[in-house]
Design a protein around this ligand. Structure first.
Ligand code: NAD
Length: 260
């Protein structure tokens, strides 16, 4: 079981990443937090997780769009936790705009944080996992890694890329006790989605209430947001011995969205 294992969870200062980090700590894992936010609040979360669960929790502020900072994050995690057994590539951003007006710098930022960062962090941690014959790599993709929606060119491209990367890592390390899988959530009501509700209301000219009811949850057959806790439980399962033969694939946690 994952108890005692050491994990890096990128983008874990809020939303899904924080939910996964908290569930990992509750399960007895040590965690390297990462992400942006108010320094005092992050320190209070870090110290709280340590105190509540009796595990080691550290924080590193690496900007996941910067390859050298990602390498430093991997090194810091190794130094502080001893070794890295589990990597969760979760940090992600979004921008919603029709392609003809889509800013070049937004495209570059989304591809680098949502996709390229996962390549770099895997590259800097997988060799040690291979030497120890155990590792778990979990990439937060999206239903948008499997299907598309308009106005999300960079996001959809990055998440389809993440699923491709997941397959390749799964194949390359299949004989080394390492699994690599993608989790594909449907709509989860986090900060990232609160922003999109506002953006979609702006681009489509309808109210925020109608965006939730008629746009977002219209395609999610359960008509409920997926919860952070459900995604954390999926990530924890992927770390377990029971999931040892699940690799190179994606698990949809999307309320039936991609069943259509
Ligand atoms: P969120 O905005 O609540 O959290 C994103 C996290 O990433 C934050 O901790 C933020 O500080 C961090 N981050 C952003 N840019 C960063 C950078 N350059 N370097 C380091 N950290 C950075 O979003 P969320 O909804 O929790 O999303 C988490 C992941 O789940 C993302 O990859 C997202 O694409 C994916 N996802 C979310 C949903 C959803 O509906 N919320 C659905 C499918 C997939």
């Amino acid at each position: 079981m994952p108890k005692g294992k050491n994990a890096i969870v990128t983008g874990s200062t809020s939303g899904i990443g924080l939910g996964i980090a908290s569930a990992f700590c509750e399960a007895g894992m040590n965690v390297m937090l990462n992400g942006f936010g108010d320094a005092e609040k992050i320190e209070s979360v870090r110290a709280g997780l340590e105190a509540d669960h009796g595990v080691t929790v550290r924080y590193n502020s690496a900007d996941m769009s910067k390859p050298d900072q990602i390498r430093d994050l991997a090194e810091y995690a190794k130094a502080e936790l001893g070794q890295v057994d589990v990597v969760v590539n979760n940090a992600g951003i979004q921008h919603v705009e029709i392609i003809e007006d889509f800013p070049d710098e937004k495209w570059d930022a989304i591809i680098s944080i949502n996709l390229t960062a996962a390549f770099h962090l895997i590259k800097h941690t997988v060799k040690d996992m291979k030497a120890r014959k155990w590792g778990r790599i979990i990439n937060l993709a999206s239903a948008h890694g499997l299907v598309a929606s308009p106005f999300k060119s960079a996001y959809v491209a990055s998440k389809h890329g993440v699923i491709g990367l997941t397959k390749v890592v799964g194949l390359e390390y299949a004989e080394d006790g390492i699994t690599c899988n993608a989790i594909c959530p449907g709509w989860v009501k986090t900060g990232l989605v609160e922003q999109q509700i506002a953006d979609q209301a702006r681009t489509t000219g309808i109210s925020e209430e109608n965006v939730i009811r008629d746009v977002m949850l219209a395609g999610q057959p359960t008509k409920e947001f997926v919860t952070v806790e459900q995604l954390a439980a999926t990530a924890l399962f992927l770390c377990s011995d029971g999931a040892a033969s699940i690799t190179g694939t994606s698990i949809s946690v999307d309320g039936g969205w991609t069943a259509r």
